[in-house]
Design a protein around this ligand. Structure first.
Ligand SMILES: Cc1ncc(COP(=O)(O)O)c(C=O)c1O
Length: 345
């Protein structure tokens, strides 16, 4: 990392909002090959009015974080999995794959160039990294774009949910689906998120922070929240996470399930979870993701009823707390990383 004199920001009071940093990375795909990527200063993009990203949502993205360790090193968390997931998404959307070297270069160069914006150790904040790929260039009919732009920008962020940290959040099942059975749910496609905006608003109107989705075919099985997967500690001691073809394969969830099994010694299961049939067996309900980290869920609303997982005045459950502590200690380099999950920038 270069000069790490920090910009003056109130690090501990950041929320999850865009903060413009000095540099971003861009590369272009044209005539079947990628340009050499480069750092640029302008946060603006100029695209042709016929670009497929504007009309047909030919767009995908990733999200990961960089955090400062006690040693001062800056750590990424499992960026290889973000790269693989982006490759899956690009194949589904008929976009060119971003080669791993370009993906990693984009991330590393952008984080290094913005070293002054990486929140210091102990601030509670982190640097959110947003790689994305969009179809651009002159076009009208429904076909893949003639050109693509890959970009990476970064933004220092605090907690995703209002109130932040480990406060309980609430979720609401509303009468909208996020994904179709063989649609885009398992891919990080921009289109999924435009469709979710109304669901989030409706959930908020019911007093929740976010929508909780059930399987789109039968509305019986748990899927995920608008921007996080679900993990459940059952009363019988098992750690369960919903299995479905239409939820996003979360990097955080995979890591949490590994820690539940290896460190906490819990039996883990990825299987369909019929919500109403099993709700009484759930002891701790949590949402997990890069942005959400691990957020304990206090209650879930469905069919005009709130299902509560904690009593009045209670806070995060012991298993959720342990998983949060283990996961964040690895991500921040406070604890040994026996899995080789972190990558030094
Ligand atoms: C719909 C959705 N589910 C789950 C997640 C969590 O995935 P990850 O842990 O890879 O960030 C995200 C992104 O954060 C998401 O957008």
């Amino acid at each position: 990392m270069g000069n790490t004199d920090k910009v003056s920001l109130d690090w501990s009071n950041l929320d999850f909002s865009y903060v413009e940093t000095d540099y971003r990375y861009t590369a272009r795909w044209q005539n079947g090959s990628w340009s050499e990527g480069e750092l640029i200063e302008s946060a603006l993009m100029q695209v042709h009015e016929g670009s497929t990203v504007l009309h047909y949502a030919q767009s995908c993205f990733e999200g990961l974080k960089a955090q400062t360790a006690p040693s001062g090193e800056v750590l990424l968390f499992r960026p290889d999995l973000n790269c693989q997931r982006m490759a899956r998404t690009t194949n589904r959307l008929l976009m060119p794959e971003v080669p791993e070297s370009l993906f990693m270069n984009g991330i590393l160069q952008t984080v290094r160039a913005n070293a002054a914006w990486v929140p210091p150790y102990g601030s509670g904040a982190s640097l959110y990294i947003r790689p994305f790929l969009v179809g651009v260039g002159e076009n009208l009919g429904l076909r893949p774009a003639p050109e693509f732009e890959f970009r990476v920008f970064v933004s220092p962020v605090g907690p995703y949910y209002k109130g932040g940290g480990l406060n309980l959040i609430d979720l609401a099942v509303i009468d909208l689906d996020r994904a179709a059975p063989k649609g885009l749910g398992a891919y990080k496609a921009g289109a999924n998120y435009a469709g979710g905006l109304l669901a989030t608003r409706m959930a908020k109107e019911l007093g929740a922070q976010e929508a909780l989705y059930l399987d789109p075919a039968g509305h019986r099985f748990l899927e995920e929240a608008g921007s996080a997967n679900i993990v459940l500690k059952m009363k019988d001691g098992r750690m369960v996470t919903p299995k479905s073809e239409s939820i996003l394969p979360s990097v955080t969830r995979r890591s949490v399930m590994t820690l539940a099994e290896d460190v906490l010694g819990l039996p883990v299961e990825e299987r369909p979870v019929p919500f109403l049939e099993e709700v009484d067996d759930i002891e701790e309900f949590a949402a997990c993701g890069t942005a959400a980290v691990i957020s304990p869920v206090g209650k879930v609303r469905m069919n005009d009823h709130w299902y509560r997982f904690y009593g009045e005045g209670e806070s995060i459950g012991p298993v959720t707390q342990q998983l949060y502590d283990r996961l964040t200690a690895i991500q921040k380099g406070e604890e040994a990383d026996p899995y080789g999950w972190t990558v030094v920038v």
